[in-house]
Design a binder for this molecule. Structure first.
Ligand code: COA
Length: 415
């Protein structure tokens, strides 16, 4: 069966997390992704957070599936020539070096465009144009600068970063979308273009509901769905909302049976207006269906704390899966708090290919997250990440280098 991006070749000049998540997705859609790494050391993540001495880390293997690896010293003359040839034979170059690094190597947009006018050059940077555009950025910096940290956590606690890698993997997703749009535009323009996804901007895009709330707050000086309402005070900026849903349907994380010993014995419970009578029946408060203080969504906003406290009395009498099963019978939106241990063993995620076991020649079997995007005519088969420079000879040969020339490049330390 063919793949959506079959025939698209990617010069993958990415490292760490943000860029590699982007090119891994493109590889899963069928692109030929050639990862360029520094001879001898490769992507720094190969050696970071290692759990087995001398073996590529899970950090690396889980971000670089389905790719080929070539080592090139981009600062040597021989290495630059190899990269020039790759630029001429690829459709997209993806990079996430520190600002200016690509130019310092000699791969300016003008140079690349001259070699291949159809080339799409896609970059992740920490910030877009502005005072911080020259800064190096990692995940949590982006979460802080993009509005996530100031709006995450509890109202009386410090700003908080989230475990979801919205700065790195979130930006990688944005960049992948930009690349696909540029590939499509190229089908009628015939030209490549630059694609930039700044991490701050990507995080803000994911936090757009908070900018919505900022404007609501400035107009009305209150946010009725936030836990600060009705007893607390609102300042000038959107506060941290704890576990409140923040949307039109109030929700909260509630304890379930076993919470005293199990850190994840919790459920997310949403009091969707449409199922309010069902919620009342389940928890044994039928009187709330008609009681003026609770009967309408607007009235309930004044009493969310006692409402959730009463619902929690009920959830604490059930384990999270029992609660989920009962609530689903009434179409009450809810979800168990799943630990990574539970997710790793979740049969449905295994069956759908979202949690996959992969075999690696030096690591052995390990679990990874497969392609979360399912396409009916472009199935994903997750294959292991490449060893450092595993495909150097193969790629160089395809670029027209003879065995002697390859040996020469190697002797010079260029590959
Ligand atoms: N051959 C020779 N040199 C190479 C090379 C290769 N194959 N690959 C990289 N290098 C060089 C670069 O040219 C650069 O040299 P220079 O500083 O002389 O220009 C040097 O390696 C370091 O690259 P840099 O990108 O600065 O890496 P870093 O480890 O210092 O910083 C980041 C890492 C992530 C902070 C930085 O790359 C960055 O801010 N990237 C953009 C934002 C981003 O993607 N952040 C999230 C990462 S998950």
């Amino acid at each position: 069966m063919s793949k959506a991006l079959e025939g698209v070749r990617i010069l993958d000049f990415t490292h760490v997390q943000s860029g590699p998540t982007c090119t891994q997705l493109l590889a899963w859609f069928g692109a030929d992704v050639i990862k360029v790494e520094r001879p001898g050391e490769g992507d720094a993540t190969r050696g970071q957070l290692r759990d087995i001495p001398g073996v590529d880390s899970l950090y690396f293997t889980m971000l670089n599936h389905n790719k080929r690896s070539i080592t090139i010293d981009s600062k040597s003359a021989g290495g630059r020539e190899v990269l020039d040839r790759l630029i001429q034979s690829c459709d997209v170059m993806v990079e996430n070096f520190a600002p200016g690094a690509l130019d310092r190597m000699g791969f300016t947009w003008e140079h690349i465009e001259r070699l291949n006018p159809r080339m799409i050059v896609a970059s992740v940077k920490g910030f877009g144009a502005g005072p911080y555009e020259h800064c190096k950025v990692y995940e949590n910096v982006a979460q802080c600068a993009g509005g996530s940290a100031s709006t995450t956590g509890f109202g009386d606690g410090p700003p908080m970063v989230t475990g979801a890698q919205i700065g790195d993997s979130g930006t990688g997703l944005h960049l992948a979308l930009g690349i696909l749009a540029a590939l499509y535009q190229r089908t009628h323009s015939g030209r490549g273009q630059k694609v930039l996804a700044p991490m701050q901007d990507a995080v803000l895009n994911l936090c757009r509901v908070k900018l919505r709330d900022q404007q609501r707050l400035e107009r009305t000086h209150t946010l009725h769905e936030y836990p600060q309402y009705p007893d607390g005070r609102f300042g000038e900026a959107v506060p941290r909302a704890g576990n409140a849903s923040g949307g039109g349907q109030p929700g909260s994380i509630l304890r379930c049976k076993g919470w005293e010993t199990d850190a994840n014995a919790y459920i997310y419970f949403i009091t969707q207006a449409a199922v309010w009578p069902a919620v009342c029946k389940v928890i044994g408060e039928e009187g709330w269906i008609t009681d003026e203080a609770f009967a309408t969504a607007q009235a309930r906003l004044l009493h969310l704390k006692p409402i959730f406290a009463r619902i929690e009395q009920w959830t604490m009498s059930k384990d999270k899966f029992e609660a989920m099963e009962i609530l689903n019978q009434y179409d009450i939106p809810c979800g168990p708090i799943l630990s990574m241990k539970e997710i790793a063993n979740e049969p449905a995620l295994r069956a759908s290919g979202t949690v996959v076991e992969v075999d690696h020649p030096t690591r052995g079997k390990y679990l990874t997250v497969g392609n979360p995007i399912k396409m009916s005519d472009s199935p994903t088969e997750v294959t292991r990440s490449p060893l450092l420079g595993e495909h150097t000879d193969e790629v160089l040969t395809a670029l027209g280098y003879s065995a002697d020339e390859i040996a020469g490049l190697r002797a010079d330390g260029a590959v």
